[in-house]
Design a protein around this ligand. Structure first.
Ligand code: AMP
Length: 459
């Protein structure tokens, strides 16, 4: 385990700048420590709330079963809230130019342009004049959350005490798998000890790339066995995938910036990298995920998330067309190919009636290839799901009538990584990933369109 470093950072004793605070236990062995509550990557508890959230009523989304083959229970749907008044009338003069007083001899020789030619408010910017009280509350809630993200830093998201597992790029890939599993984590920052630099983030996507390499070059199993983390970029080149952008953010920059960067690069997690004041070298402080950020918002900004009362159906939140799905009897390899093809991190598992049974997640790949067992990828999805850790948090479902405020309630209370949208018969309707929620919360109604492009799921 010589290549794994597990610094234990203590935020409570930190000085204002993370680069200046002391870090202890920097060479503690990673193995055997388990997924303790102090992990900086996948801590068990929510971030410490700055403003304790008041007690809330029960969550409206329902955890699905934790074990593989059992069907998800019927969801508890929240009735959609009814707008208290309809959208404002279409008064043509409301937004159009006022008629100018005409002087004699200056009468216009043509009729005034019709309302079709006048610039219109786009629906996304939601003019306050035509908005219903529900729309106004929604926009007020979104603005409040955005302001909150601008005054908080990424550092604020970190729990008071956490552990960080950093892997040296000289480590064998198959050993890295065991370290992740033993520590109950699914990603780790990489460290280039020769150059003393941060070398990117190891995630399940990297293992999926190794699997793709193995599929393309099945006779190279011995070589695959000897791959080190430093080979990951070569593997990307060999299978022809674009290298993941090594995006990072300074811990003291506004949290809003980390969110924008994650949306732009489609990264689901972002490392916080600081410069050590003494040596001038990069220091990886921690990694924050979309889940951590949304949890942080849910716990600390309830006065604004409670205003988000529009149902997901009205928001078009998530993806409802061309869903990639699988069955319990499909092979793990087939699901991996689906995830690569769609560039997604989860595939719902359905029965012959399209009823939701479970969800195969990209992180489920890790136990499947533990110790470099790439030849076990022909096992079925059902078998793979039964290898999940005992403390697996379950899957979460909601209905199209569920409101965003109740989704935030669920995020506040539970470890939610996505919501599967189902109907009253438990049939799959869609999927709402955390990136869909983050994208909506940050970008809806904003003029700046630069990030939207992507999956196009903001409607
Ligand atoms: P994710 O990979 O979960 O961050 O999702 C990226 C985008 O793909 C989001 O807009 C999701 O709504 C969408 N998405 C996630 N899973 C699926 C799936 N199984 N089929 C189709 N789209 C999906």
């Amino acid at each position: 385990m010589e290549n794994a470093r597990v610094p234990v950072a203590d935020k409570a004793s930190s000085s204002p700048s993370p680069s200046a605070r002391s870090r202890s236990g920097s060479s503690a062995p990673a193995a055997g420590t388990g997924a303790g509550a102090a992990s900086g990557i996948s801590p068990a508890g929510p971030p410490q709330p700055r403003h304790p959230a008041p007690n809330t009523t029960a969550a409206t989304t329902t955890p699905a079963p934790t074990s593989a083959p059992a069907p998800a229970p019927a969801p508890t749907h929240t009735p959609a809230s009814t707008p208290t008044s309809s959208a404002g009338g279409n008064n043509a003069n409301a937004n159009g130019p006022l008629p100018l007083p005409l002087r004699h001899g200056h009468e216009l020789p043509f009729v005034a342009p019709s309302s079709y030619l006048r610039p219109k408010q786009t629906s996304r910017t939601m003019s306050d004049k035509s908005a219903s009280p529900l729309d106004k509350d929604q926009m007020q809630g979104l603005r409040g959350v955005r302001e909150f993200l601008k005054v908080r830093t990424s550092y604020d998201v970190l729990p008071l005490s956490f552990r960080l597992v950093v892997l040296d790029i000289d480590l064998l890939i198959k050993k890295s798998l065991n370290i992740l599993i033993q520590n109950g984590i699914v990603s780790a920052p990489l460290w280039d000890s020769r150059n003393s630099t941060f070398a990117g983030l190891l995630t399940s996507t990297d293992y999926i790339n190794v699997i793709q390499y193995y599929c393309q070059f099945p006779h190279d199993l011995n070589q695959v066995d000897q791959f080190r983390l430093s080979s990951l970029r070569d593997i990307e080149r060999a299978i022809g995938v674009l290298p993941l952008e090594t995006v990072s953010v300074h811990p003291m920059r506004p949290l809003y910036e980390a969110c924008r960067r994650m949306l732009k690069t489609r990264a689901r997690r972002i490392p916080l990298v600081d410069i050590d004041g003494e040596t001038g070298r990069e220091t990886v402080v921690s990694v924050i995920t979309q889940y951590r950020i949304l949890k942080f918002i849910a716990v600390n900004n309830e006065q604004h998330t409670m205003l988000l009362k529009k149902p997901v159906r009205d928001l078009g939140l998530g993806t409802y067309k061309n869903l990639a799905t699988t069955t319990m009897n499909s092979s793990v390899l087939d699901v991996i190919h689906l995830m690569v093809k769609y560039n997604i991190s989860a595939v719902p598992v359905v029965d012959q009636d399209y009823r939701l049974l479970n969800v195969f997640e990209a992180v489920d790949v890790i136990p499947c290839i533990r110790g470099g067992a790439y030849d076990e990828l022909s096992s079925t999805v059902g078998e793979a799901l039964s290898r999940r850790a005992e403390d697996f948090g379950g899957i979460y479902t909601c209905g199209e009538d569920d409101r965003l405020d109740s989704i935030f309630d669920t995020i506040r209370k539970s470890r939610v990584h996505r919501l599967i949208v189902i109907d009253d018969d438990c049939r799959l309707r869609g999927i709402i990933s955390l990136s869909d929620i983050l994208k909506y919360v940050l970008l809806f109604g904003e003029e700046d369109d630069t990030i939207r492009g992507g999956s196009g799921s903001l409607r």
